[in-house]
Design a protein around this ligand. Sequence first.
Ligand SMILES: [Fe+2]
Length: 260
Amino acid sequence: MSLQKNLNAPAAFTTVPNFPKPSDAWDRESFWQFAEQAKEATEALADQKMKALAHLPVDALRQFCTQYRFFTIDYISDLALLLAKLPFGGLRSLLSQILSEELGEGDANRAHPALYDRFLASIDVAPERLEQRLPANHAILSGLSDELAQRDPAFGVGLRGMGGECLCQTYLSVMFEHLRVHPFIRDHEGSIDWEFWTIHTGEEDIVHGELTRAAIDQYIREEPAVLPELARGYERSITAWNQFWENIFDACVQRPRTVS
Ligand SMILES: [Fe+2]
């Protein structure tokens, strides 16, 4: 199935672009082209699906937002795992800086999961509901951590280290666009803690994305043999994040009472 067909297909997160060529035939150009196409296709699919956010009952919206919390928590340990495996160089150093920021640079209150929890508290997610994660998404995140541990670092870069090209980031940006037009969010705009979103959907995130892309490009230039595993990791991330969000939609949008 081509990317174009995916763009025209009914919205379903499980519809994903396939590799345009055998994975041993990648070069830098075709890899980045594939990443850009996948990002565009994901943006279009996510936009179709996330339109529903603006019309969700407020409690379902809270459940929806709560599920992303588990991504922010597991991202930190996956990034640390990836760092442990990467060779010395620009990409490893850059990802270590990003990890330090994720951790709040020494201030636990500024760790990104803490910022996200403050956002959740400001939209009245009750503390006792913070641990209610979807089992299917727990399985996805654990599975990715296992793969990261077992496979080559290049696979891990494709899976977890793609920065602005990462499709999880694409979903987050689209989610933000639709989230902020929800009537409850608009009515409470002034009292909502936006810091997590300012960091992850603003200028800071664009700079991160550019730096990460440049560092990965340099990584490829220095070790072109990593390309097939890098591409496989990226392909795996497409499937995983599509399924991750599909599960959230199934639980919070199609059947909002099933997560309680
Ligand atoms: Fe973050």
